[in-house]
Every structure is written in C-alpha cells, then in structure tokens.
Design a protein around this ligand. Structure first.
Ligand code: B12
Ligand code: SF4
Length: 385
C-alpha cells in the first residue's frame, strides 16, 4: 500500500477509535473524556520531586516510593501510547461551607457523602476498557486515584481543565468539582489540545484555606491540609492546627468551594444516584457514640470507612472540642476511657476546652494511670503533670 494511503487509513482508524471511546465514556456517565500522550507532562516529575524534597507529602511515604513511576507514565507501563482522562462531575446542590456555621453538626466533604468514588469510577472505567479492548484489539489498563499516576497534570495536558492555584484541576464547565480517572492504552488515539491557565490574578482559594496550607500558588503543603490531617494522618494531630479544623471531620472543601469557576458548574445529577443525605449534616452527638461495629455499619460503602473507627472518632472529638457545646462533655468523658490511645488523647484535649478549669481539675484528679506516652503528652498539654 502506498505511504499516503497507509497514513490516511491509520488516521481514520485513530479517529474512529477516539470517537468510539468518547461515546462509551458518555454512556458510562462521564462528563468529560479527552486524550493525551504519555510524554505530555515533563514538568510534573520535576515538581513532584520538589514537593517530596520539601517534605510536603508528610507521612504519605508511598508518594516518594513510587516517584519514578508517578512522574512518567512510560515507566509505569512501557507500551502505553495514549492516555484517556475522564472527568466525573460531583458538584453539590448547595454551598458545602454552610455547615461550618453549625458547630453541633459534623462536616463531611462533598466527595465523601456518596458511595466510594473509587468503586464507582473503577467499575465504569473497566466497562469502557473492556469494550474498547474488544473493539480495538489493543491492550488497556485503567487507573483511579490509588495507582501511581499523576492524574491532574495528565488531565490538564488532555485539556479537561488546568491546575488551579489550589493545585486541583479546574474546568471551565465544571469548576473545581471533578473526579478524575484514566485509561492507558497501546492504541494510537487522536490527542486533544491542553487547556491553558485561567486563574489570572484570583487568589480566592489560597485565602480561603483555614490552615494556610499553600506556601505559594500552585503548591500545597499536605501536612497542613485538613484533608490530609483528617484522612491520611494517623496518630495525634498538631495541637496548633486542631482549633483551625473547626467541625471538618473528614476532608475539606474550602479551597474548592471558593473557586469562582464553580459558577459554571451544575449539581451532579449522576451522583444523586449514590449520594447519602444522612452524611450531609450528621450530628456530632450521634457520631461520638459509634463503636467499631456501628461505625462499620453506618459507613458501609462510604470512603469514610477507610480510616477506621479510632481515627474517625479522633476527628469527631476535635470537632466536639471546637464546638464550645458542653452537651458533649459526658460523651467525651466516656471516650477518655476508650481502648484506643488516639481516642483517649483527643478526648482529654476536647474536655480541656469544654470543661471549666475547676471541672477539669476534678476530672484529672480522678484519672487512672495512663500507659500511653502520646496520651500522657495530651494531659501535659492540658496543664496536668
Ligand atoms: C496525594 C493526594 C492528596 C493529598 C495531597 C494533595 C495534593 N494536591 O497533592 C491530600 C491528602 C492533601 C489530598 C487532598 C485532596 N484531594 Co487528593 N489526591 C492525591 C493524589 C493521590 C495524588 C496527587 C499528587 O500527585 N500530588 C503530588 C503533587 C506534587 O502533584 P500535584 O498536586 O499535581 O502538584 C502539582 C502542582 O503543585 C504543580 N505546580 C507546582 N508548582 C507550580 C508552578 C506553576 C506555575 C504551575 C502552573 C504548577 C505548579 O505541579 C505539580 C505537578 O503537576 C490524587 C490522585 C492521583 N493519583 O493523582 C488525588 C486527587 C488529586 N485528590 C482529589 C481530591 C478531590 C482531593 C480533595 C478535594 C479531597 C477533599 N475534599 O478533602 C483534597 C483537596 C486538597 C487540595 N487543595 O489539593 C482529586 C482531585 C480532582 C481534581 N479535580 O483535581 C484527585 C485527582 C483524586 C481523583 N482521582 O479524583 N489529596
Ligand atoms: S482542602 Fe481545606 S485545608 Fe486543604 S488546602 Fe484546601 S482549604 Fe486548605
């Protein structure tokens, strides 16, 4: 076959497969699907190294361990020729910051009020990949969040949006409310144009952060981010950051919600299928009472279940301590005798804020010997030697 005929045939195949993939993505409920090349993010690896060298990843050691694979999709999978990036709108039907004014309620970030998005997206990506592989006779691999893939730079290179100053992907059509997932393939697909940065001089997201987690625009120090502290971080949380956490018990949406591009976003109709109304404004009193079995049952199918009951109750105790609501004192007293040291320690902190100085002195005098070093440190912090 002459060279030009061959090139024309290849181009037609590329276009047909790309169109097939977009149709499949739409059929699976994705709002966006665009294509990029595996060599499209040369800056990302360098910036990831800077991030890790600054220690911004905190205790997420896996970020450092997988650095090389994360930085370059070709190290993760040598045969990959094209990467399809998918976006799923998860916008809420109201401003999620409203609950921050209700100290007796617990704020769970929007993404976690639904069934676990890893499960939702992975299932849909697998469907698409199976049909695409059958049609193209090419190899495919799908990833969402947990794999060593830099989803945001890839999404920006594919043109789904750009990385905003809060570092997340912002889209002109969906604001800051998109989940991302990707499909790597050996197929040669038609790449899309990248999106350019439309943040301009805006710094709303940077100013909105309660814990000042952005050392500079486009850079995050995860160690200060409430999402990291409440989800990824095990053990006691820095006492200086606790008051700034307010009633946020799982993740945080403040920087996302502050983004002016959200005015183009709509509430996600897709997510309604999996949204849980009882996770919109759960009461702190109810959550403080959850033992391990009740925690597992209540958060079954939710991403919240991943952090386990003890870390979760630690977070709820911080919210209780920040509430100023003395009605939580009996529950906190009970939790000060919990089997988990991280729960006991945070109960001591909460009580030191909710009780009067006199009440706390009486409570301290009644305590039994504490075997755990971290809990002893909490007593010391509260002024009890
Ligand atoms: C680790 C991680 C976290 C960590 C660290 C956050 C972070 N920004 O890295 C913590 C636990 C804090 C976190 C929190 C959240 N996360 Co998270 N997280 C991830 C994960 C697993 C890896 C991200 C990563 O590679 N970070 C390393 C850094 C170095 O990479 P980066 O963020 O892309 O950093 C870039 C910028 O700093 C930029 N940069 C640096 N300097 C400069 C200078 C200029 C001029 C420019 C232009 C750029 C630039 O270059 C870097 C490389 O591209 C991804 C899933 C995945 N596999 O990608 C989800 C992911 C990023 N998280 C997500 C979500 C939803 C959240 C939360 C909103 C959850 C919540 N409500 O609590 C918060 C948001 C906090 C925030 N402002 O980022 C979504 C974001 C979707 C989107 N639209 O972007 C992802 C993609 C998961 C998914 N599949 O949907 N997360
Ligand atoms: S998620 Fe909250 S704590 Fe984390 S960077 Fe954004 S505003 Fe700050």
């Amino acid at each position: 076959m002459p060279e030009d005929r061959k090139a024309e045939k290849e181009s037609r195949r590329r276009q047909t497969l790309t169109a097939f993939l977009r149709d499949e993505a739409r059929a699976q409920g994705f709002d966006l699907c665009r294509i990029t090349r595996p060599d499209a993010i040369p800056q990302a690896g360098i910036r990831l190294s800077e991030f890790v060298e600054q220690g911004y990843h905190g205790t997420m050691a896996w970020m450092e361990e997988t650095r090389e694979r994360r930085a370059d999709p070709r190290v993760l999978w040598g045969e990959v020729r094209s990467i399809a990036v998918f976006g799923l709108n998860y916008g809420a039907d109201e401003d999620p910051r409203g609950i921050l004014e209700k100290p007796d309620k617990a704020a769970i970030s929007v993404y976690a009020r639904n069934r676990d998005y890893h499960d939702i997206i992975k299932g849909r990506l697998k469907e698409i990949a199976t049909r695409f592989a059958a049609r193209s006779k090419e190899d495919v691999k799908v990833f969402v969040d947990t794999a060593p893939v830099m989803e945001k730079p890839l999404a920006a290179a594919a043109g789904l949006g750009w990385q905003g100053k809060h570092t997340n992907l912002v889209s002109r059509t969906h604001g800051s409310w998109l989940f991302l997932g990707s499909m790597f393939t050996t197929a040669d697909l038609e790449p899309d144009e990248p999106e350019i940065d439309h943040c301009g001089s805006c710094r709303a997201c940077l100013d909105a952060c309660p814990t000042a987690a952005f050392p500079a625009p486009y850079q995050i120090d995860a160690r200060r981010c409430i999402s990291y502290l409440t989800i990824e971080h095990k053990g006691p949380i820095d006492p200086l950051l606790r008051p700034l956490i307010g009633n946020r018990i799982y993740g945080c949406d403040d920087c996302l919600a502050a983004c002016p591009w959200n005015k183009f976003a709509s509430a996600a109709s897709e997510m309604k299928l999996v949204a849980r109304d009882d996770l919109k404004e759960p009461s702190i009193a109810f959550l403080l009472d959850l033992d391990d079995a009740a925690f597992r049952a209540f958060f079954s199918g939710s991403p919240v279940k991943r952090i386990g009951r003890d870390r979760f109750i630690r977070n709820v105790l911080i919210a209780a301590g920040n509430s100023g609501d003395r009605a939580f004192i009996p529950a906190c007293r009970r939790l000060a005798g919990d089997a988990s040291p991280v729960v006991r320690g945070m109960a001591v902190w909460a009580l030191s804020r909710l009780m009067t100085a006199g009440e706390f002195r009486v409570f301290a005098a009644e305590r039994t010997e504490e075997p755990d070093e971290d809990v002893r440190a909490e007593w010391k912090l509260a002024g009890v030697a």
